[in-house]
Design a protein around this ligand. Structure first.
Ligand SMILES: Nc1nc2c(c(=O)[nH]1)N[C@H]1C(S)=C(S)[C@@H](COP(=O)(O)O)O[C@H]1N2
Ligand SMILES: [Mo]
Length: 165
């Protein structure tokens, strides 16, 4: 009952920051959120499978990037919705790739702009081989000024975890 209410809140894009717990992943875990978060589902962490990410408010952005030839359609949950779902309290995100790369993103970026954790490119899930399972994508369509080296450094691909602090 409680889980279905939370799922309903997530699916409708309503902030779930007040929920006491997250649903449990049933498929492979593609993202772990740690740190200053109020809503957890395994110890003090929030684990997400793809279906849980798909239930969050999402966006598609069709843009040119430094990483692909021509224009691509990226889609996935808005990181602001992800932060709501975990009840994030910190002001900074350390976004960690499956390799050793990580970058810090100020929370204000995802409040000011609809930055997404892209899970799909042209409708296909992003494989680890192709910069998946998650790729931080800034909205160069609505904010072309963001097309710069600082943003590229924050555009982490192969995202496996996010630490909120
Ligand atoms: N997973 C991962 N994401 C990453 C990086 C990385 O090394 N690994 N480099 C970042 C930096 S510093 C920049 S400028 C761009 C570089 O993209 P490029 O190597 O395709 O030019 O990706 C960003 N995202
Ligand atoms: Mo960079």
């Amino acid at each position: 009952m409680r889980h279905s209410l939370i799922a309903l809140a997530l699916a409708s894009g309503v902030s779930a920051a007040s929920a006491a717990e997250l649903p449990e992943p049933t498929g492979p875990v593609v993202l772990v959120v740690t740190g200053e978060i109020a809503n957890t589902n395994l110890g003090d962490e929030a684990h997400f499978d793809l279906a849980m990410l798909d239930a969050l408010a999402s966006r598609e952005t069709v843009i040119e990037t430094p990483w692909y030839e021509g224009t691509k359609a990226f889609s996935g949950p808005m990181i602001a919705a992800l932060l709501d779902a975990v009840g994030a309290e910190g002001e900074t995100l350390r976004v960690n790739a499956l390799n050793d790369y990580s970058a810090e993103i100020p929370r204000s970026d995802v409040v000011d702009y609809p930055v997404i954790l892209a899970t799909r490119i042209d409708g296909d899930t992003l494989s680890v081989r192709d910069k998946g399972p998650g790729f931080v994508i800034y909205p160069f369509d609505v904010a072309p000024d963001l097309y710069n080296e600082m943003t590229f450094g924050r555009s982490v691909w192969q995202v496996g975890s996010i630490d909120v602090f």
